[in-house]
Ligand binder design. Structure first.
Ligand SMILES: NC(=O)c1ccc[n+]([C@@H]2O[C@H](COP(=O)([O-])OP(=O)(O)OC[C@H]3O[C@@H](n4cnc5c(N)ncnc54)[C@H](O)[C@@H]3O)[C@@H](O)[C@H]2O)c1
Length: 339
């Protein structure tokens, strides 16, 4: 498969490297209007033709599929052009800013028989896959809540806020782990560095069956944290991408009810402290796994993960969060956005 990569900023060269390394693909062309970025890519990847206009790239006969790695607000325009030129697309997350645009793109891809996948890379992260396996096997028991922390000092984006940039990852992870979309969203966001672009947000999502999802994101924080805690009624599991001992820790901890001897109608709650287990999770580069999955999907014509419905759902949640932030944190229904 011959790949064209649009956008050669911070992340684009990673796609060029990975698709150059995978056995089923080569990168023929890359596009960026910024001459400095073009020079960097031309210097790093000798076999790649580097151009300034993505319209030229999507029309090339030696490009079968396009990777869209431009700033988020430009995803829609570039993805549409690639699909209209008859090319399969792997678009970086989130697919678009608005739900209507995301739906229109997935309809366009379906009508042309093309694969349109969003790069929700944590769906291919070995630690997240282990966490999902544990949840599917029922180890944590009935899930009470999930909490995510994704903070750091920078990188600060110009075009979208920390919710679109960072929380898009956690929303995709929560929806993937719970196989559900939240019913309501409420969020408080604050713009300390530039007006109108929230640097920090505190988000609460309610999922079906009473499961609560809490997400805190910030690019204005002293600590780099990448953590998800899953609390079930029998065990608690922590995913910490930066933990030296391994990304998954299973805490055999819970709270049990014990009956009082003297009053059989009354219970007291006791903390049960068991073992801590850190299972082996073989490391794999998630971007490599994701991009191989995209190649396989184009080959087979079937996309099972991070497909149109999944990508639209993430955007629907992002839009609901934006509405709640605009309303000072009031809970808003997610499904108000068109399905
Ligand atoms: N999956 C991940 O973990 C991950 C990590 C980083 C970034 N991303 C995503 O990748 C995308 C790009 O992020 P980045 O960090 O590389 O941003 P960036 O700002 O560093 O780079 C974007 C590049 O796109 C170029 N560009 C702008 N308009 C263009 C156009 N019309 N045609 C071609 N190129 C154009 C810019 O000149 C710039 O070089 C974003 O959607 C971001 O959300 C994903």
């Amino acid at each position: 498969m011959r790949i064209g990569v649009v956008g050669c900023g911070h992340w684009g060269p990673n796609h060029i490297r990975v698709f150059s390394q995978l056995s089923g693909s080569t990168v023929t062309c890359a596009a960026d209007p910024d001459a400095k970025r073009r020079a960097v890519v031309a210097g790093q990847f000798s076999g790649v033709d580097v151009v300034d206009d993505y319209n030229a790239l999507v029309r090339r006969p030696d490009v079968d599929a396009v990777v869209v790695c431009v700033p988020t607000r430009k995803h829609e325009e570039v993805t549409r052009a690639a699909l209209e030129a008859g090319k399969h697309v792997l678009c970086e997350k989130p697919l678009t800013v608005g739900t209507a645009e995301a739906l229109a793109l997935t309809d366009l891809a379906a009508s042309r028989g093309l694969i349109l996948m969003t790069g929700h890379v944590f769906l291919f992260n070995p630690g997240i896959l282990k966490l999902r396996d544990l949840m599917m096997s029922g180890q944590p028991g009935r899930i009470h809540y999930l909490r995510a922390l994704r903070t750091n000092l920078g990188p600060i984006r110009q075009d979208v806020n920390s919710v679109y940039d960072l929380a898009s990852h956690d929303i995709s992870i929560f929806n993937f782990l719970l196989e559900a979309e939240p019913v309501t969203a409420s969020a408080v966001g604050a713009s300390f560095l530039r007006p109108g672009i929230e640097d920090v947000a505190f988000i609460t999502l309610t999922y079906p069956n009473g499961v609560v999802g809490a997400i805190q994101v910030s690019w204005l924080d002293p600590k780099k944290l990448r953590e998800i805690v899953v609390v079930g009624d029998t065990k608690m599991v922590v995913w910490d991408e930066l933990a030296p001992a391994g990304p998954i820790s299973i805490y055999d901890k819970s709270v049990v009810r014990e009956q009082y001897y003297d009053d059989f109608g009354q219970f007291h709650l006791l903390a049960r402290e068991g073992d801590l287990t850190i299972p082996r999770v073989p490391p794999q580069e998630p971007l490599k796994v994701q991009n191989q999955y995209f190649l396989d999907a184009v080959k087979s014509g079937y996309l099972g993960k991070s497909d149109g419905a999944f990508s639209v759902s993430v955007v629907r949640v992002l839009e609901a969060i934006a509405r709640s932030i605009a309303q000072g944190g009031a809970p808003v229904p997610v499904a108000q956005e068109s399905k």
